[in-house]
Design a protein around this ligand. Structure first.
Ligand code: ZN
Length: 227
């Protein structure tokens, strides 16, 4: 018997990951009746977009506004070093996840390789996966398939990667991006119209790819061959 998943904790590296990356997925979880909480491990101070003395405060306001648009239940914004999360001991990162976990039985984040090539993303997910594994909780990883990663690398200067091999098969889901777009628009400092984001969303359309792992057992995908 599997307990129902009533609450989820989202673990990301940067303010905007919850919207630019996970926005449509988080909105779908909220609309499914789940209480979705956000833990963001850095304040995003290393961004070269919108850089300036007021950036941290601006990004804090932006993520709070975006979380409200998405319908998230709470936001915890940490101030670990942006760009250097992978140098923070994993135990420290997973300790923050533990502190924020509450009754959440689902951890949500970027795919374990980091999706965009940013090592902070992989570090945030490693912390979430460590907690999921140690507590026997489910984890949901968002990513893009190899084909879309390759097309993005060809179109725009990025280091996107597909899903890690051997960790389970991603499933295709259809999403509505209307609320995600409103959340994205909250992140004015990060340019809601930036080329990389727009190229990815154009390639994805209403499709998202998710990998759900529960107690180390991979769930079977229901749609064949669409990745
Ligand atoms: Zn990020």
């Amino acid at each position: 018997m599997v307990a129902p998943l009533r609450a989820a904790l989202v673990v990301v590296a940067h303010p905007d990951d919850e919207s630019f990356g996970l926005g449509a997925v988080l909105r779908a979880l909220v609309e499914a009746g789940m209480e979705v909480r956000l833990l963001c491990l850095t304040a995003g101070e290393a961004s070269t977009v919108g850089a300036g003395p007021a950036l941290v405060e601006q990004r804090r306001r932006e993520v709070l506004a975006a979380a409200a648009v998405l319908g998230l239940a709470s936001v915890r914004l940490e101030a670990l070093p942006d760009g250097r999360l992978s140098s923070v001991p994993l135990g420290e990162l997973s300790g923050m996840v533990e502190e924020e976990l509450g009754d959440a039985r689902l951890l949500v984040g970027f795919e374990r390789l980091g999706v965009t090539g940013h090592p902070d993303h992989a570090a945030a997910t490693a912390a979430a996966l460590r907690v999921a594994l140690s507590r026997g909780l489910a984890s949901l990883e968002w990513g893009v398939p190899d084909e879309i990663a390759a097309r993005l690398r060809a179109q725009v200067p990025t280091r996107f990667t597909g899903f890690a091999r051997g960790a389970g098969v991603p499933r295709l889901v259809q999403v509505d991006r209307a609320v995600q777009e409103r959340a994205i628009a909250c992140h004015l400092s990060q340019d809601p119209h930036n080329l990389v984001l727009r190229a990815r969303l154009a390639l994805q359309g209403d499709r998202e790819w998710l990998r759900l792992v529960h107690r180390g057992v991979r769930l079977r995908r229901t749609r064949p061959g669409r990745t």
